[in-house]
Design a protein around this ligand. Sequence first.
Ligand code: SF4
Length: 214
Amino acid sequence: MNFYLSYGAGIGSEALRLWLLENNWPHEAVYVDHGCDWPETQEFVKTVPNLTVIKPNVEGFDNLYEYCLHWKIVPSFKLRFCTDKFKIRPLYKYFKRPAVVYIGYTINEFKRMKHSRDDDLHNQYPMISMGWTLEDAINYIKSKHQVVPHRSWCWFCPFQSQGSWKELRRNHLDLYHKAKELEQISINKNKGMTLAAGNKYLEDITQEKQGELF
Ligand code: SF4
């Protein structure tokens, strides 16, 4: 049997990585670098020891943003092609069967638990079994090394909050402009389909016209 940690470099998977190490549970931590995690996350990943980093290859693209630009599409709430093609499939391709795959969801995320679609891969959620909340995970990380990672999602993810879009504009203006560029391309091609939730324009979400930064 092989043992893997599906490592997303967020709070949950970092807490679980530390817990697996502390408790001597054998595993290989695997991170898919699709080039579009927040810069803070990409920097954090560089500090993680013994991490296996793999790259996706989706129709020749290893970068999710470049893929979206090419096809003039935005990540979709409904289809979630981005997660499937740029995260799950590369991991499934890498894992040697049979395997147990540890996933760092906390109890707040129990609705996301699911069986693997491959009979030889068995998902396990140790932190949910232990009843850990997100707060527990944060406190555990702090007790170990004090550095709590940035929330793990793409910088142009449609699922991010209004506050996160504002943070992107405030701290990474270049990426914010790239997100707007993709949004405009999608609007032109897909009859008004915006990047963010609720079919709202990024410039409205971030109150760009009012000059607001916070
Ligand atoms: S973080 Fe968002 S944009 Fe990135 S792969 Fe996941 S759902 Fe898609």
